[in-house]
Design a protein around this ligand. Structure first.
Ligand code: SF4
Length: 193
């Protein structure tokens, strides 16, 4: 239920986004794509990279990396593919997770050409910051965590919420009936000091 509401409030298409954001984002995607093409790499952008995967638990997961740099399988330029996300805003921890999911999905998707091994990942921010995410970060533990999460999404009934002090940081706080019932206070007591 909360998940459905969450999806409902999230932007679903470019028409939900401010024009200035779209312009900035397109410019950044174009700049990064040009950089890779100038060093001879084959690049695909946005719509060409749409991935739809059905998980083991039957959940459809859809993703669309901004930029997919195809791998080079032989020769002196032999290189892994790279999944690049262009970010016009400030750095957020979930950016890294998004790219890691795309890395995993593009590696699993048979419909995506140019990626036959786990790709590397990269976050490029408007301020020039570049964060590399090596393919080795897609560990078995990470895959198991994603699998567990999708297993929860697939449940017929959502799991019982576990309200805690962390509810104050939850984006569903305003719509979560459990949080309201528990009436969480943002004031904690401590014996430490
Ligand atoms: S407000 Fe609390 S109980 Fe409700 S979904 Fe968020 S973390 Fe869970």
């Amino acid at each position: 239920m909360l998940h459905q509401l969450g999806n409902f409030v999230a932007p679903k298409s470019n028409t939900d986004l401010p024009a200035s954001w779209i312009d900035d984002h397109n410019r950044l995607v174009s700049e990064v794509s040009d950089r890779y093409q100038q060093i001879g790499r084959t690049v695909r952008i946005e719509d060409e990279n749409r991935v739809e995967i059905i998980s083991k638990s039957g959940v459809k997961v859809v993703g669309q990396p901004d930029i997919l740099v195809e791998e080079v399988l032989s020769g002196p330029e032999k290189s892994r593919g790279i999944i690049v996300e262009a970010k016009t805003g400030r750095q957020r921890s979930k950016d890294r997770l998004q790219v890691m999911l795309y890395m995993m999905m593009t590696n699993a998707a048979r419909s995506i050409s140019g990626i036959s091994n786990m790709p590397d990942g990269q976050l490029v921010y408007k301020d020039g910051t570049v964060l590399d995410i090596p393919f080795t970060e897609i560990t078995d533990d990470f895959k198991k965590s994603v699998s567990r999460l999708l297993g929860i999404v697939a449940l017929a009934e959502p799991p019982d919420p576990r309200p805690s002090g962390y509810c104050r940081f939850c984006k569903f706080l305003d719509i979560c009936p459990s949080a309201e019932q528990e009436g969480h206070s943002i004031i904690d007591e401590t014996d430490d000091f």
